[in-house]
Design a protein around this ligand. Structure first.
Ligand code: NDP
Length: 389
């Protein structure tokens, strides 16, 4: 039996992973499931899947988790240390699907114990790409992409040498506001931003799709994952979300990956890799679809994309700063404290401040310093918002 752990089991990616595991009774031995505040779901799945341990990220939720697991034989634990401990338990395959930079330490722990890491948590590579890749090399862990665009690139590459790759095109639906007049964007509410035209995802990534911060993170993730230069990565608006990415080769040939917008494809691909297995996803009927459309991505409408280029060119700790500032700005938008269009302004100002101190950006690239930068950027984002917005 294959030993698997799911970090972020109660979320959208986590539940889709469990859906696939449920369809193969007896094939998987579940080691650890982790969640946040959704204790009922975490306990229900941990009992049903006979997990060794269930962990909540929040210490104050431990009593509820203990009560829910009483007499079931599933161990209960809580807190950041327990997340890392759970991720360190020997497993063959670990899904990294915690949302935000909180996913970095447990994801890294899974890599360090040598598991195959299915990486949905893009923030891990944005904040700590070189550290993650170095750790995987040292432990012999395989990191597989789960973000649909990166899974698509991985599949379109089909094992070809990266020297044959001229460019990589990541597609984007354009999010909830792609057809709104730019002048109206400042009035967008969290509720309006939480509806995605094609994908069913967690709230934070859905809002990040509307602002294109999600695509900005993915551009940086692609650079780190596939060791690309910033000028090799393009973003293309593709409202139908059927083509997930295109690899352009030096001979002018382009390999596109198509599939229905259902995360179970990318999750299942990572679960069964290097083989393929039957997956319960819709098959595309291209004749019925009729046409696929494309438009250029506009950095005036989507300033997050220009910020991604800035971060990639800056390198070092800029990714960690960018992600943390974005997370704070997103918290503030969801909380109704800043406008939709102010999120990019906050992030740009945080980068202005932190980039001015090279000691910060060029510090030794280890987990401690990355987490320090994450903390610093959150504080700076709060200062920027308190001062100017
Ligand atoms: P969700 O918000 O649906 O789920 C997030 C998970 O992380 C939940 O299990 C949640 O627990 C847990 N969690 C929340 N905060 C913390 C914390 N501080 N510490 C530990 N665990 C925490 O997110 P998604 O599933 O949408 O996304 C997960 C990751 O996958 C993100 O990085 C996202 O960018 C990426 N991704 C998601 C896609 C999607 O289709 N959803 C597509 C591609 C990438 P609880 O709910 O119990 O509080």
């Amino acid at each position: 039996m294959r030993r698997v752990s799911i970090l972020g089991a109660t979320g959208s990616i986590g539940q889709n992973t469990i859906d696939l595991i449920d369809r193969a009774p007896g094939a998987y031995d579940v080691v650890a499931l982790t969640g946040g505040r959704n204790i009922a779901q975490l306990a229900r799945d941990a009992i049903r899947l006979k997990a060794d341990v269930a962990v909540t990220a929040h210490n104050e939720c431990l009593d509820d988790l203990r009560d829910a697991l009483l007499g079931t034989g599933v161990e209960a634990a809580a807190g950041q240390g327990a997340l890392v401990e759970a991720a360190s338990r020997p497993a063959d395959w670990v899904m990294s699907a915690i949302v935000g930079a909180a996913g970095l330490p447990p994801g890294l722990a899974a890599i360090q114990q040598g598991a195959t890491l299915a990486l949905a948590n893009k923030e891990t590579l944005v904040a700590a790409g070189p550290l993650v890749m170095r750790s995987a090399y040292q432990s012999g862990s395989t990191v597989l992409p789960v973000d649909s665009e990166h899974s698509a690139v991985f599949q379109a590459l089909g094992g070809e040498a990266m020297t044959s790759v001229e460019r990589v095109i990541l597609t984007a639906s354009g999010g909830a506001f792609r057809d709104w007049p730019i002048e109206k964007l400042h009035s967008a509410t969290p509720e309006q931003a939480s509806t995605h035209p094609n994908w069913d995802m967690g709230q934070r990534i859905t809002i990040d799709s509307a602002s294109m911060f999600n695509k900005a993170l993915e551009v940086i993730e692609a650079k780190e994952f596939f060791a690309l230069r910033p000028d090799q990565i393009e973003v293309l608006i593709h409202p139908e979300s059927m083509i997930h990415a295109i690899v352009g080769h030096v001979d002018g040939g382009m390999m596109a990956h198509l599939g229905a917008p259902d995360m179970r494809h990318a999750i299942g691909y990572a679960l069964h890799w290097p083989d393929r297995a039957h997956l319960p996803v819709e098959r595309l009927d291209l004749a019925k679809l009729g046409q696929l459309t494309f438009r250029a991505a506009d950095t005036t409408r989507y300033p997050a994309l220009a910020l991604a280029t800035r971060v990639m060119e800056r390198g070092g700790m800029a990714g960690a700063a960018f992600n943390a500032a974005k997370e704070r700005a997103l918290d503030a938008f969801i909380g109704g404290h800043i406008k939709f269009t102010e999120m990019a302004e906050v992030v740009a100002r945080v980068l202005d401040v932190l980039e001015a101190d090279l000691g910060h950006i060029e510090a030794v690239f280890d987990l401690d310093n990355i987490l320090k930068m994450d903390h610093l950027a959150r504080e700076e984002a709060d200062r920027v918002m308190a001062r100017a917005l």
